[in-house]
Design a protein around this ligand. Structure first.
Ligand SMILES: Cc1ncc(COP(=O)(O)O)c(C=O)c1O
Length: 442
């Protein structure tokens, strides 16, 4: 009998692995792909079939699988220091990474706290905001504001500021209530309205809430420029500028969750740069380690840091995770930042983005497509009259066309790694069109 056949891996996985964000029964019809290896933008299964990773493996992989430069840095780090606890000890990779990140914000966000996953970073930002107000004698500021359609992760605290019914509703009784304000999603602009008009309208909704209860609000949390998990809802940078002003005027912290949109994804290294503002807390994860290792972090300002600095231990931020600041993950992040520097990635991405946008025009003009949109290295469009199983059928059809894509509801999106060559870009566009036509034809 042939050992390690593709079907054996599938059967073993379905017996023992509980897959994330999955109704496991759907795998009776939806394929499960056992990946054997990865190289560049491609994942390869046990039968040698390959799949273009058009969504960067849940938006984490920036410079391809098995990237030689990140691999070399990790191999070196592995022989030097794999891990050391970060309380009472420190190490070169975490120091260098913190310094580099601080410099990327012009040292406005000069203090970085580490964790592992995106949701943990969100928990940290929420806790830090509340605790900072409390340390400043404003313990009544206990509420958080999030946007309609927001997604900030699935732990209990992060889910409380998430507004995606599919993920949230089942756990409603466990969650603290938060205030939800209008999304600036440009798709909701009325006839004759611009994306800037939507930004102004949504900011007015924030102002209404702040006027009513800013004394009870600790922070507002926003995914800047693109609310990804709700379906790549894009908004004008003006919204961030207006909300920053409102936060300053009403003494509310601004938390920007750049877990999905940071690291060049929207065209600038941090999405908030396009609005010319910095938040009080900036959450980063996913791409920061190049898609190699779990790493998340929260950057904050000196005033916030100083509000915890004291003789009194209980005024300190007594939060930790065992793998906080793991040296391997930090070293992967340093290698990732080095690629940004050495390759002028943001400029190169502009050229790639223009080519993919041009190649996607048949879809942008397609009769069954609305709201074709793009920002930086994110493309999305909505299928008109999609059936409820559209996303699953699209995924299954995509793998037959050498593509890894998972639409969100009726929204098809692409968030490819930044290393696609011209042939891969053209192939991605052509195959997406073929998959879309096949799925829409039923
Ligand atoms: C904006 C945003 N915040 C937080 C998270 C949660 O990150 P993680 O899945 O690593 O916990 C995600 C994940 O998709 C995200 O897109």
């Amino acid at each position: 009998m042939e050992l390690n056949k593709q079907s054996d891996w599938v059967a073993r996985s379905l017996r023992s692995v509980w897959h994330p964000c999955t109704q496991m029964q759907h795998h009776e019809t939806v394929p499960l792909i056992p990946v054997k290896s990865g190289k560049g933008a491609w994942l390869v299964d046990h039968e040698g079939r390959r799949y273009l990773d058009a969504i960067s493996s849940w938006w984490v992989n920036l410079f391809g699988h098995a990237n030689p430069r990140i691999n070399a840095a990790l191999k070196d780090q592995l022989d030097t220091l794999e891990h050391a606890m970060l309380a009472g000890f420190t190490h070169e990779p975490v120091i260098e990474l913190s310094e580099k990140l601080s410099a990327l914000t012009g040292h406005v966000l000069g203090h970085t706290f580490y964790a592992s996953d995106g949701a943990s970073a969100v928990e940290i930002a929420l806790k830090m905001s509340f605790h900072s107000w409390r340390n400043n004698g404003k313990s009544g500021k206990q509420e958080f504001v999030c946007l309609k359609g927001s997604y900030h992760g699935e732990t209990i605290g992060a889910l409380a500021v998430t507004d995606v019914a599919l993920f949230k509703d089942a756990y409603g009784p466990l969650l603290r209530a938060s205030q939800t304000v209008m999304s600036p999603d440009a798709r909701n602009a009325a006839e004759g309205e611009t994306a800037e008009d939507m930004a102004r309208k949504a900011a007015a909704d924030v102002e209404r809430l702040f006027l009513e209860r800013a004394d009870k609000i600790a922070a507002i949390i926003i995914e800047p420029l693109v609310q990804c998990a709700t379906g790549m809802a894009m908004h004008d940078p003006l919204y961030l500028k207006l909300v920053r002003e409102l936060c300053d005027r009403h003494s509310v912290h601004l938390i920007l969750d750049e877990i999905a949109v940071g690291c060049g994804r929207t065209g600038t290294f941090f999405a908030c740069e396009q609005a010319g503002v910095w938040p009080d807390f900036l959450c980063l994860s996913k791409g920061i380690s190049g898609g190699y290792l779990p790493l998340s972090l929260v950057m904050t300002r000196d005033e916030i840091y100083q509000s915890f600095y004291s003789n009194d231990v209980t005024r300190g931020f007594l939060h930790s995770h065992s793998y906080t600041g793991n040296p391997l993950a930090c070293r992967a992040a340093l290698a990732t930042l080095q690629i940004f520097e050495e390759d002028d990635v943001l400029a190169a991405n502009r050229v790639k983005a223009a080519r993919l946008t041009a190649a996607l025009q048949p879809l942008a003009q397609h009769q069954q497509v609305r709201h074709f949109r793009q920002r930086g290295m994110i493309w999305a469009f909505d299928a008109i009259d999609a059936t409820p199983d559209f996303s699953r059928r699209f995924f299954a059809t995509a793998v037959e066309h050498e593509l890894l894509m998972r639409p969100i509801g009726s929204t098809v999106y692409m968030m490819p790694p930044y290393i696609l060559n011209d042939e891969e870009i053209d192939g991605l566009a052509a195959n997406t069109l073929a998959v879309f036509n096949q799925v829409m034809a039923g």
